[in-house]
Design a binder for this molecule. Structure first.
Ligand code: PRP
Length: 208
């Protein structure tokens, strides 16, 4: 039997996924949370996990270097990768939202300056509303942009709401809910169907 390679977004999502597999007796003998190693195997189940940057999970899976992947729906939406989204893993819940300073006034028809780590998600959302925007791509600390005058609004993920609150911003629109997703390469999904189905069933039971 061939190995199934699973790309995991380094950090909390990876740890949760491994825990779900452990709950089903699938362990990775030399894995521990502080290890700097990037690849681990379970020889009996023929499962190999690889640790990649969250924003790289989709490309590993789309190109078939990984058969499966676990990543946040936010990063999945932004990637626009051609793959199957096979399961909502139910953890890592937060939401995509548009936020602005408390006194922000939206003038209909005016081009909105949107700062975000998610330019594709931002464009798609405002396009569907028929609102013209200018997207300013940032890599972090997005909440600063409206305060400093770089943008009118931000599109970002909100988990506890603490970052918005401490920076005087409020949610003006919710875009959608976000959580961890299991994704599959379209070819692997057919060629390794039995093995992949067993892994999915295991993750479902491991989540219970
Ligand atoms: C994320 C996100 C928000 C914050 C939301 O940023 O972009 O800034 O977390 O969480 P909260 O609602 O619980 O406050 P991250 O911590 O990844 O830092 P970054 O801004 O440097 O990307």
């Amino acid at each position: 039997m061939e190995f199934v390679n699973i790309a995991l977004a380094k950090g909390r999502l990876a740890e949760k996924t491994i825990k779900m597999m452990n709950n089903q007796g699938i362990t990775f003998p030399d894995y521990h949370t502080n290890s700097r190693k990037l690849i681990f195997e379970n020889d009996f189940e023929k499962i190999r996990i690889i640790f990649v940057k969250p924003s790289d999970v989709a490309i590993y899976v789309e190109k078939g270097a990984a058969d499966l992947g676990v990543l946040g729906k936010d990063i999945l939406m932004e990637s626009e990768a051609d793959l199957y989204e096979v399961m909502d893993l139910g953890f890592g819940s937060c939401k995509f939202a548009v936020a602005a300073l408390r006194d922000y006034v939206d003038l209909p028809g005016k081009k909105i300056r949107v700062a975000s780590k998610f330019p594709n998600v931002s464009k798609k959302y405002f396009n569907e509303l028929g609102r013209p925007i200018e997207v300013i791509k940032l890599n972090g600390s997005v909440e600063l942009a409206p305060i400093i005058g770089l943008a009118d609004v931000i599109v970002d993920i909100v988990e506890t709401g603490k970052t918005l609150e401490e920076n005087g911003l409020v949610v003006i629109n919710e875009i959608c809910k976000v959580s961890a997703r299991l994704v599959a390469n379209k070819v692997s999904f057919k060629t390794k169907m039995n093995h992949i189905t067993r892994i999915i069933e295991g993750l479902k039971r491991g989540a219970e």
